[in-house]
Design a protein around this ligand. Sequence first.
Ligand code: PLP
Length: 372
Amino acid sequence: MKILKKLDLKPCVHGGEVWEISKKTGLRREDIIDFSSSVNPLGPSQKALEAIKDSLSQIPVYPDSNSTLLRKAIASRYEGVTEDNVVVGNGSTELIYLFAEAFLEDGDVAVVPAPTFGEYERAVRRMGKAVNHVYLNEDFHVEVDAFLHEMAGAKVLFFCNPNNPASLLTPKDDLIAIVERALEQGVLVFLDEDFLEFVEGEKHLSLIGKIAEYPNLFVLRSFTKIYGLTGLRVGYGIASKEIIQTLTNAKTPWNVNCLAQVAAIAALDDEEHLEKTRELVRNEKAFLMDGLRRIAAFKVYPADANFIFMDVRKSGFTAAQLKSKLLNFGLLIRDCSSFHGLDEYYVRVAVKTRRENERLLEAFKKTVEDYA
Ligand SMILES: Cc1ncc(COP(=O)(O)O)c(C=O)c1O
């Protein structure tokens, strides 16, 4: 029988593929040090893990479909935000797809930077809609004028701050100029701040406080990254009541399970764990950056987030070759060649603990020197 397909998409490539790598290499999953997904090196808060243990009795009943307590807990962290301004998703990825589904109509175009996180483009294509790429400059910074120009006539602009994979923050004034122009032109702005909590001065840099001023703005956050609840799949979005109501009405029921909801509430409360994480990432980023910059064959870009982006072409290896070499040391790095707008010579590594970072530096030195 010939199966007629409505959708025939290519899967998006991601880091963090420890299960596949384990199967391919025979390494135990626990023995792979994963530098390819940029999450909290300390793992989740103990309080979140305890909340899960204390809530196992909730498993026989459906979870609260609208994650009410979690939405309240999230709203209470931000001035001027109520639970009606919050939607919770099965990972922030669910909200990227939901947004594209809820707002893109026939003939609509979405603007997506290049390079950036691949799921925005995939979510748009899944809806059968067109993507207009805006390329970042040579140093992977945003050219505001290019965005202002390309936005005309678009329905949605996806934007990631700080950006993945280049780890760079767009200045707040530039972002505001983009959101204001978008408002004038009737463009919705989907602003992904999933990595912003790793950046110094996060509260001042976020646009969450601007949702009342900009009814076209949706801000995405995740419990995957700094909270380390990666496998539980929880993310959220903050926007005007109208945007949130549209998304809430369109979402899958019971999209976030009961254990994820309680863990996220407990994680939000554990300020001590967050502070410890930020301090570790601050110190370790400086250490890792310094070590990587000593490897002459690597061009290491400045990093605002908890991951470091590099051009490795002078090493004589492609990113894929380097990834494969490092797997011999049990280390998994992100080959960035799947990102639209990059060639095959870029890699991304997460900042981890001192012992892990030292292992990465040693493995890089041995690999690159071996070649030379
Ligand atoms: C920029 C960015 N946004 C969103 C996501 C999705 O995160 P999650 O669905 O785990 O919340 C990722 C994951 O890598 C990401 O890098």
